[in-house]
Design a protein around this ligand. Structure first.
Ligand code: FES
Length: 380
């Protein structure tokens, strides 16, 4: 978070610190750092929430990523409360960095001439690459069942994220999310401007990843080079499906490690071609993030109507209710569960079978399909 701003605005002569910081000095710096972080939040995050989720919500509706809105006031309050607890953690870490900076331990510098312009750009690229890699691997680690509830569960309360979700972390996760801001200035000579640019870019990227709306144009995921910049859909899918799309700024780690959802590109394009109108409010049949969806499945002249929990695959929900939908591998590899979706929208976690033509024709693998609308019709 924006420690650079504090470095700029705190009166330097008053910072001739020796040894440990006194409590009153700590309080003074903490208050200043916390206030600045809140200002950054008010300037770079809150307006996005107001514009997309409150004031011009209807106007932006066609760009909504999840067709049915599941975020409620419960999620907004939860995310706001945890964001403020994150800011407390960030401010404490910033004061620590500030203290060490004034004792001369960091490599922060203010004059471009000291390392020249090429280093400004190289160091910025390095900072983004390292921060992105650190996020990817720590994020994956926090999804480990043994760690998840201690670090990352709070952030995943919202399966339909909003800009308020961007900084809603458990304090333990907040330490990890802010770690590079504290560590990198010790390892690399970083110009003050690079730090400020990195922090604003990072904040905007985080808000965009949780926006709930896709603002990039159609075809983004196919544009050479730019396709490696994460679209909002990328992180939104992570909030919906959990185990995949772990990236922060760039998609390459997910691509290299095989953790990108296979229908990410198809799902991205769906936004620009879908016929189902996204709903502006939580469906009346839905009361929480665990929604019930009505599925009608026609198999060999037999029609089955059943309810599906939108956190479970359609196939698994059907089998749990003794409905004999066809299947074999249950892992998206054999194609036995292929059905045509004639009403509603689903999102697929994995697909190693269906061709682009089949996807465009509406075919889905029920073992990998999660409902996105409150009504789904399938045919074998
Ligand atoms: S059961 Fe094999 S792909 Fe779904």
């Amino acid at each position: 978070m924006p420690v650079g701003a504090e470095l700029c605005s705190i009166d330097k002569p008053s910072l001739k610190l020796q040894g440990l910081m006194s409590i009153s000095l700590f309080s003074q710096y903490f208050f200043q750092a916390f206030t600045e972080i809140v200002w950054y939040y008010v300037i770079f995050a809150i307006p996005f929430f107001l514009v997309f989720w409150v004031i011009w919500k209807k106007y932006w509706q066609p760009k909504r990523i999840q067709v049915v809105q599941r975020a409620t006031s419960h999620h907004f309050k939860h995310d706001l409360a945890f964001s403020f607890s994150s800011f407390v953690v960030f401010a404490i870490m910033d004061v620590l960095l500030l203290h060490l900076e004034h004792k001369g331990y960091t490599q922060l510098y203010f004059k471009v001439d000291q390392y020249g312009w090429p280093w400004i750009f190289i160091s910025l690229a390095l900072v983004l690459f390292v921060d992105d890699a650190f996020f990817y691997w720590t994020h994956r680690a926090m999804h480990h069942p043994r760690l998840y509830k201690f670090f990352h569960k709070v952030h995943h309360e919202s399966t339909d994220p909003s800009p308020l979700t961007a900084f809603a972390f458990h304090p333990s996760e907040a330490v990890i999310e802010n770690a590079m801001n504290v560590v990198l200035p010790f390892i690399l000579p970083l110009h003050f401007g690079v730090i400020i640019f990195w922090q604003i870019f990072s904040m905007l990227n985080n808000v965009m990843g949780h926006l709930g709306y896709e603002l990039y144009p159609a075809g983004w995921t196919k544009i050479p080079f730019l396709r490696y910049k994460t679209a909002s859909v990328h992180h939104n899918m992570h909030h919906q499906l959990f185990h995949g799309n772990y990236a922060l700024y760039f998609t390459w780690w997910d691509k290299w490690m095989g953790t990108e959802f296979q229908d990410y590109e198809a799902r991205y394009e769906q936004i620009f071609t879908r016929k189902t109108k996204p709903s502006a409010a939580v469906s009346p049949t839905m009361t929480s993030s665990f929604n019930r969806v009505k599925v009608t499945a026609k198999v060999l002249e037999q029609t089955y109507v059943f309810e599906v929990d939108d956190q479970q695959s359609i196939l698994q929900s059907a089998l749990d209710q003794q409905i004999p939908l066809p299947y074999s591998c249950k892992s998206g590899r054999c194609g036995t569960c292929k059905m045509k979706c004639t009403e509603g929208t689903v999102i697929m976690k994995k697909n190693a079978i269906l061709s682009t033509a089949e996807l465009e024709a509406g075919y889905v693998l029920t073992c990998q399909s999660f409902p996105q609308t409150d009504k789904i019709s399938l045919e074998k």
